[in-house]
Design a protein around this ligand. Structure first.
Ligand SMILES: *Cc1c(COP(=O)(O)O)cnc(C)c1O
Length: 459
């Protein structure tokens, strides 16, 4: 695996970006009866590599711009190996003193990077989805405790009904987290502007129409446009009503660590809870998410577990299980420690600023192409564009062809979306390896896919 890894990491720079096999051929390779007799480990690994490679999405390639993914720094990959090798159960201080202490240290580093108060509590989750769930569980605890209701003990039946105002630009996992917390019926969606930012006017309207416990969910880094909700004003409005502000900042949180874009997330530190992840923009392998909470008591109260056989940490030590819904889990703090130690604050700043500069360059170049329209203000690392098609072809048909041509061309990979009723292409720059040259190659590939689709239509 060590030899293979070296080749694989090198290939990622030049190799294709998308899979070359579909479900049927992958199944043909993998599917067999559960073997009665086992096979030698080395053969198994060979087989896995050969059968699995054709179906890989090379999201670690520097010209991969799909979803919001990012690659993996070699130091992070190596630390993931070490994490597996050590196989520490990262639940308690008692199950891994190293994992526990490293998590304490990493928590302080993250707080500093994001510019949050030093007593902010931190949990390391599987991803931002679980971080949203955790942050919102803390919110639920807090707004109900303020009304004298202990939700952890009594549940939700008979509880004072909270009102949850969620930006229409919020990620799907925010809505799902609220649903899993039993509060789907309390959601009121707040309208957004043409960039996907929460409209303050709409927020005011909802606030006037609501009473009781209040939670406001904002988006820092819209998944299509990268837009950031007006966090400062949202916090003012929620504070006036003793409400809790939760922010989904899956990738947007990292803007706080980039000097050139930090102003885009002004006011971020004033929220009550934040959900983000490291497996996207920080370029650590899947999976690694982070929840942060300005009210550590609420955070712990929402996640509290105890059992006779679990030995709680003493003397100020940390039990990671107190901060997330998981119990046994990977010692994910290790990869955070190693990656942040390797990059330093300056390295993180460079990664963030560089990605955003590349996104701006990409948008500027593509805007000059006939028939391409950039739909968003490129405030962070996301570029959203649409294509004006020839007569007789709808925008969505044309986009489908562009995506198809792009993926067949293999140089670059990007994913489609719909934006305010229009078929659009999203480009997300979040890979540590991406260079100015890669940006040029990606722009050329998107342009060629667009022109080719036009030509095919004309023919
Ligand atoms: C990816 C993403 C999520 C979900 O996070 P996971 O890490 O995939 O669990 C939530 N919000 C935004 C804006 C995202 O981009």
């Amino acid at each position: 695996m060590s030899d293979y890894s070296a080749t694989y990491l090198l290939d990622a720079r030049t190799d294709r970006t998308g899979p070359v096999a579909e479900r049927d051929s992958l199944r043909l390779g993998f599917e067999r009866r559960l073997p009665d007799a086992g096979v030698a480990a080395a053969s198994v690994l060979d087989e896995l590599v050969t059968l699995g490679e054709p179906g890989l999405l090379h999201s670690g390639a520097p010209t991969f711009l799909g979803f919001v993914m990012g690659g993996a720094y070699p130091v992070a990959v190596a630390t993931e190996w070490l994490t597996s090798l050590w196989d520490q159960c990262g639940a308690l201080y008692a199950t891994s003193p190293t994992a526990s202490v490293v998590e304490e240290v990493v928590a302080q580093w993250l707080i500093e990077l994001f510019g949050l108060a030093s007593d902010t509590s931190v949990g390391v989750t599987t991803g931002c989805a679980m971080a949203n769930l955790t942050g919102l569980a803390a919110a639920r605890h807090s707004v109900l405790a303020d009304r004298g209701w202990d939700v952890e003990r009594r549940g939700l039946f008979g509880a004072p009904e909270p009102r949850i105002l969620v930006s229409a630009g919020c990620h799907a996992t925010v809505f799902r987290a609220i649903r899993l917390l039993g509060m789907a019926g309390q959601i009121r969606v707040v309208d957004t502007d043409n960039q996907g930012r929460m409209s303050l006017h709409a927020l005011d309207r909802e606030l006037v129409a609501s009473s009781g416990p209040l939670i406001v969910c904002g988006q820092v880094g819209n998944v299509d446009t990268g837009a950031v909700d007006p966090v400062d004003a949202i916090c003012d409005a929620a504070r006036a009503r003793e409400g809790w502000v939760h922010l989904d900042a899956a990738f947007g949180m990292w803007a706080a660590a980039g000097p050139s874009v930090r102003h885009q997330v002004a006011g971020l530190a004033r929220a009550d809870s934040w959900a983000t992840d490291a497996h996207k923009w920080l370029n650590v392998p899947y999976d690694c998410g982070i929840v942060l909470c300005a009210r550590p008591d609420a955070h712990r109260a929402a996640m509290r577990t105890s059992a006779e056989y679990l030995t709680p940490a003493t003397g100020g030590s940390r039990d990671p299980v107190d901060f997330t819904p998981d119990m046994s889990r990977r010692a994910r703090s290790l990869v955070l420690w190693a990656t942040l130690r390797h990059l330093g604050a300056a390295g993180v700043a460079d990664l963030i600023d560089r990605s955003c500069a590349f996104a701006r360059a990409m948008a500027a170049d593509l805007a000059r192409v006939d028939g391409i329209e950039i739909l968003n203000d490129v405030v962070l690392n996301q570029v959203l564009l649409t294509f004006r098609a020839r007569e007789g072809v709808s925008e969505s048909e044309h986009l489908e062809r562009v995506v198809d041509a792009l993926h067949r061309g293999e140089t670059a990979w990007a994913s489609p979306t719909r934006w305010r009723g229009r078929a659009a292409l999203r480009l997300s720059v979040c890979n540590w390896q991406t260079t100015a040259e890669d940006v040029e190659r990606a722009v050329a590939a998107v342009t060629a896919a667009h022109l080719l689709s036009d030509v095919r239509q004309t023919v």
